[in-house]
Write a protein of this length. Structure first.
Length: 375
């Protein structure tokens, strides 16, 4: 192990854009208990003109990493994607894109306002139940090679759980955050720049799949935690050495969260393909389905008088012959109103089944039925 000293220099200022909405998750993952902090630890106070002190334990595929002794065994890169020094923010990327972010460029996984990949809601796009970026969509893998990847949400949360945090901040110019391991006191540094204070993870945001994915927002002297950001917005990336176990753990974690919040969620049937060439379609398309649900849903007077408003999320299967089966609530809202939502979905006939090639296949669908809510 060796310590590297990077002389401070002016950071490159990059406008990464700001998410239009933010939502902080309240879910807790089952990480091991935090160890007792070492009796002796060195804390480096950083002033405006001082140096950046980080730890380097080795190099993989030409990029340096630090071992913080974390339970997952994650090895973190010492620099951001697109940067050659620890104090430079590097390049920004939209989530799932491997090219450097460019304003006004059409987002890779969106067509006609719908998601084309990494989607769990059929009303929002093509359902594929992919929770973590695949290698071909991982900017770290695409730019640094197959031994590197973007961190999952669990790996980012682990960093916060097992490290002490120190901030280095100049309001007018730049700043950064030190993560100091509670296990071995090794140091990792995340630079911040004007308009560039967010770091993507590779995990989707299962709570707001239509618009937001997990990323981390780092604001010195303020709360630093996992938030959500629009996929098409830009953020920084800090790669980690690829470990398939960590990726699978993140997939299982998100799937578990989905099942805990939506107890009736069962995923796509085992004999239904995850990805289809042509998804199931209601006569007239999605707009026609929305209009049918709107016209045929009964909002009872008792619910109106009591001011009961909300959404029932209904899941169902479109069979190979276009009939509907296994209609059930994905997220319960109100017992009676959920029954009405199920009735309406069951009454929507004439579906064209999904196809793989020219073969009709079963597919899972999810629909939203609103009560007392103006669009």
């Amino acid at each position: 192990m060796r310590n590297l000293i990077y002389t401070f220099s002016c950071l490159v200022l990059v406008s990464c854009g700001s998410p239009t909405q933010k939502h902080q998750t309240n879910l807790e993952e089952s990480l091991p208990e935090e160890p007792a902090q070492p009796e002796t630890s060195e804390t480096t106070k950083m002033g405006k003109d001082s140096v950046i002190n980080i730890t380097v334990n080795g190099t993989i595929a030409g990029h340096e990493y630090v071992d913080l002794g974390l339970p997952s065994g994650t090895l973190w890169a010492t620099t951001n994607l697109g940067s050659k020094s620890a104090d430079n923010i590097g390049d920004c990327y939209a989530w799932g894109e491997t090219r450097v972010f460019k304003e006004n460029r059409k987002y890779k996984f969106e067509k006609d306002g719908k998601l084309t990949k990494y989607c769990v809601d059929s009303l929002l796009g093509v359902v594929d139940s992919l929770f973590v970026l695949q290698p071909e969509d991982d900017a770290a893998t695409a730019n640094w090679g197959r031994q590197w990847c973007m961190p999952t949400n669990l790996q980012m949360k682990e960093l916060f759980k097992y490290c002490r945090i120190e901030t280095r901040y100049d309001y007018y110019l730049d700043g950064g955050i030190y993560f100091i391991s509670n296990f071995n006191n090794n140091k990792l540094y995340f630079p911040l720049g004007s308009g560039a204070r967010t770091y993507w993870t590779s995990s989707i945001n299962w709570q707001e799949n239509d618009r937001a994915e997990f990323y981390i927002e780092m604001l010195p002297y303020e709360s630093m935690s996992i938030w959500t950001g629009l996929r098409k917005n830009a953020a920084l990336i800090r790669p980690v050495v690829k470990n398939e176990d960590n990726i699978q753990n993140a997939i299982k974690y998100i799937d578990r969260c989905y099942n805990e919040v939506y107890p009736n969620y069962r995923g796509i049937p085992s004999d239904s393909p995850v990805i289809v060439d042509c998804k199931a379609e209601y006569p007239g398309g999605l707009d026609s389905l929305k209009e049918y649900i709107k016209k045929n849903t009964v909002y009872p007077n008792w619910a109106r008088e009591q001011g009961i408003k909300g959404k029932s999320i209904i899941q169902f299967i479109i069979e190979k012959d276009g009939t509907i089966s296994h209609v059930d609530t994905l997220r319960a809202f109100n017992i009676e109103l959920d029954k009405e939502a199920i009735r309406v979905i069951k009454s929507a006939k004439g579906w064209k089944p999904a196809k793989t090639g020219n073969v009709a296949v079963r597919s899972r669908m999810v629909c939203l039925v609103q009560f007392g809510i103006k669009e």
